[in-house]
Design a protein around this ligand. Structure first.
Ligand code: 13P
Length: 258
């Protein structure tokens, strides 16, 4: 299986989100060998997008999730609330949360554990090094710290799968993505690390790449067996580009079945 995750970030209001979800659904109709498509809209439009996608194979995800179960936490949205509105996935620790909103590894670990253990939602842990760390030849060390702080001592429930999105900070919204070779090598490193830290089997660990993915470059990533999918930002807001991205995934799935 390949996974195409669309992170709409803070770009669209209700009308635009509903229109985009409808358009994306139209383009996916009738495809066999489809990848699993998950849309991550803003909190305020989750319910509207859920209604549009109700009878499709697409799934719904949230861009973040509160650390607490319930109570006096003004401005927070809990895992239960996200479950209630139909989310099956939630991003945790996106670099924009870490850098712009000062989320530490500890906060991210807390969010991850809340989603993992207190709800039916699958958390998607986002990790990735900054340019400074890459230039200092410490990309693996940095990513390793982000992962260890989340998985150390955590038991992954049987019904849950592990999803990690590797998004090098310097490749997000950039002129080009990381190289396929670097991504393959980081994905292998991440998978081995997660296997060491948890007792989760290989086929229940999914590593996605994110950072300047578009219709032209996506195939080169998806055809690698170490790349289980992609987390797409900018290109997921353009129907034609997103359609071509999903089509590339379909082509890879078909080719790999032959
Ligand atoms: P871009 O695809 O716009 O580079 O964004 C990547 C991202 O941050 C997805 O979460």
């Amino acid at each position: 299986m390949k996974y195409i995750f669309a992170n709409w970030k803070m770009h669209l209001g209700i009308r635009e989100s509903v229109a985009l979800a409808r358009a994306v659904m139209q383009t996916l109709r009738g495809e066999d060998d489809m990848p699993q498509v998950v849309i991550f809209p803003s909190f305020t439009v989750l319910n509207d997008v859920r209604k549009v996608m109700a009878r499709s194979r697409m799934k719904l995800g949230a861009q973040n999730c509160g650390t607490e179960k319930k109570g006096a936490f003004t401005g927070e949205v809990s895992a239960h609330m996200l479950e209630d509105v139909g989310c099956q996935y939630a991003l945790v620790g996106h670099s924009e949360r870490r850098i712009i909103f000062s989320e530490t590894n500890e906060i991210v670990a807390k969010r991850y554990k809340t989603v993992l253990l207190e709800s039916k939602i699958t958390p998607v842990l986002c990790v990735g090094e900054t340019l400074v760390e890459r230039q200092a030849d410490n990309a693996q060390g940095y990513v390793s710290e982000q992962i260890v702080s989340v998985f150390n001592g955590v038991r992954i429930p049987r019904q849950k799968e592990v999803f990690i999105a590797y998004e090098p900070v310097w490749a997000i919204g950039a002129s080009q993505p990381a190289s396929v070779a670097d991504v393959v090598s980081m994905h292998s490193f991440i998978k081995e690390l997660v296997k060491k830290l948890t007792d989760v089997a290989d086929n229940r660990i999914h590593i996605l790449y994110g950072g300047s993915i578009d219709a032209k470059n996506v195939y080169a990533f998806l055809r690698e067996k170490q790349v289980d999918g992609v987390l797409v930002g900018g290109a997921s807001l353009k129907v034609k580009d997103f359609e071509l991205i999903v089509k590339s995934a379909t082509d890879v799935i078909t080719a790999q079945e032959l």
